[in-house]
Design a protein around this ligand. Structure first.
Ligand SMILES: [Zn+2]
Length: 188
């Protein structure tokens, strides 16, 4: 297997190409990637192929799952297209939802952990803020409601555990509860 494919597998990438991998000045792994040709120039909101508009704000990074003990990022161009329905928007990328700073695999792991442990533990383990943890949870709920992704896989119905030390806001609690319902095999 070519090393680019090995890196793609390690980073959980699909429909994308790894161009290079390096360690940056902070000791973090940074993988330069690009979408497959058929995934390019798609509206970040609806995914419709659209004419190019400009180069946007240049290169962008997404936090990926750690590689061992090392934090990893994906880095890619983020040009903009003009969608007939949504106007000028940043293109869609196959590894992250529109507007997120994290990869889909990273958000999925955060959501699963959040259902099965406390928010403070998730934030510490994943090395993110509690706010980012809540954003990831909400994203899974939205995707579930749209029917585009089955969000959180659990082996059995999950009991809700609210860690009072994390001072969860009502919206965070609601999101967590909803994820628990979604992960219940009996949930329609
Ligand atoms: Zn669109």
């Amino acid at each position: 297997m070519r090393k680019e494919r090995v890196w793609a597998r390690l980073l959980g990438l699909e429909r994308a190409v790894v161009e290079s991998v390096e360690i940056d000045g902070n000791g973090q792994v940074v993988a330069a990637v690009r979408p497959h040709h058929r995934e390019r120039d798609r509206c970040g909101v609806c995914g419709r192929r659209s004419p190019g508009f400009d180069l946007g704000e240049g290169r962008r990074r997404w936090r990926a799952l750690d590689l061992g003990t090392t934090i990893a990022y994906l880095e890619a161009d983020a040009p903009r297209v003009r969608c007939p329905e949504h106007g000028v928007v940043v293109v869609a990328v196959p590894w992250a939802r529109h507007g997120s700073r994290f990869t889909l695999a990273f958000e999925q792991q955060v959501a699963w952990l959040a259902v099965n442990t406390s928010g403070s533990a998730v934030a510490e383990l994943m090395r993110i803020s509690w706010r980012a943890c809540g954003d990831s949870l909400r994203a899974q709920v939205v995707r579930r409601r749209k029917g585009t992704w089955w969000p959180v896989r659990a082996r059995s119905p999950v009991q809700v555990q609210v860690d009072k030390r994390t001072r969860l806001s009502l919206s965070h609690c609601s999101t967590k509860l909803y994820c628990c319902c979604c992960s219940n095999p009996g949930f329609p």
